[in-house]
Design a protein around this ligand. Structure first.
Ligand SMILES: NC(=O)c1ccc[n+]([C@@H]2O[C@H](COP(=O)([O-])OP(=O)(O)OC[C@H]3O[C@@H](n4cnc5c(N)ncnc54)[C@H](OP(=O)(O)O)[C@@H]3O)[C@@H](O)[C@H]2O)c1
Length: 263
């Protein structure tokens, strides 16, 4: 997902749950992280079409977004210590460091002006701005594997903090431990679908903020979780999980629904 700084006036967000009707919704309190965290709390923010698609014809999620969606995204970023993404999302959506915003300056008291961006990548093919434009107190954090090309690791290290995990994969537990070691407890992952699937499979997703956007994308669009189809030859349902989540909040604006699910 991407954000633009000059947004037009927005439709008011209306609360449907738990108290129907409220229109003066204080997003920072609706989406506050639990207090007194003693471990990273992993929240995902994703957008899907009414028929479950996560990527529009442009190859990005912005086809599904809206002014209120971007407003919520901004607040979620402002509340977080770190924005975690898969490298394919960083490339597709042209990620740079999170820009500070006056609107959520009060949410950053005692913390750097912006959350850090943490990116997971085997290839280390990352947008240049993500590496070179991050402020010193919010340097980009890159999780990669010992199989990444050494010259790329050295190049990325010139600008970003790099965590090299032994082996071929950066497991969600490596990332969560790495964030915990740095005191980055309020985690906001913005996907993409492949990265998110790993956190769901590992039981490490605490919360899903899901925007349901009034569009139909058809069968060609991936879901908000993708990949990980189980063992070769296994029936398709073999890797299907069933983790119950609780609908804690539901907001609406302009026909877009904003659900907050807690595990
Ligand atoms: N609807 C939404 O809310 C939403 C949100 C985000 C993104 N999107 C869309 O989703 C698409 C991109 O998502 P995606 O699912 O294809 O990719 P992704 O999850 O964003 O990133 C996958 C990449 O992350 C790295 N990675 C993931 N797991 C890894 C592991 N265990 N170890 C090491 N590296 C790992 C690899 O990077 P390398 O390739 O660098 O090795 C991998 O190719 C874009 O079209 C984007 O617009 C939609």
């Amino acid at each position: 997902m991407t954000m633009s700084s000059n947004e037009p006036a927005h439709a008011p967000l209306r609360e449907l749950l738990p108290a129907p009707g409220a229109t003066d919704v204080d997003l920072a309190s609706v989406y506050a992280y639990p207090v007194g965290l003693d471990r990273p709390w992993v929240r995902a923010n994703m957008v899907a079409s009414a028929d479950g698609g996560a990527v529009g014809p442009s190859g990005r999620s912005r086809d599904l977004s809206s002014v209120p969606d971007r407003r919520i995204m901004g607040v979620l970023r402002g509340l977080s210590d770190v924005v975690l993404v898969g490298a394919a999302t960083a490339r597709a959506e042209g990620y740079g460091p999170v820009r500070s915003r006056r609107a959520w300056a009060h949410l950053r008291e005692g913390r750097p002006d912006t959350p850090r961006v943490a990116v997971v990548s085997r290839s280390l093919d990352l947008p240049e701005a993500l590496l070179t434009e991050a402020p010193q107190d919010a340097r980009t954090l890159v999780f990669t594997t010992s199989h990444a090309p050494p010259e790329r690791i050295a190049r990325v290290r010139e600008h970003a903090e790099v965590v090299v995990v032994e082996g071929r994969s950066v497991g969600p537990e490596h990332v969560v431990n790495g964030l915990a070691e740095r005191g980055l407890y309020r985690v906001l992952t913005e996907g993409g679908p492949h990265l998110l699937a790993e956190y769901v499979a590992a039981g490490l997703l605490d919360e899903l903020c899901l925007t349901v956007s009034p569009h139909l994308l058809g069968s060609g669009a991936p879901r908000i979780v993708a990949g990980g189809s189980g063992a070769p030859g296994a029936p398709e349902h073999a890797s299907v999980q069933n983790t119950p989540v609780r609908l804690a909040r539901l907001l609406e604006a302009d026909g877009h629904l904003f659900a907050r699910y807690l595990r």
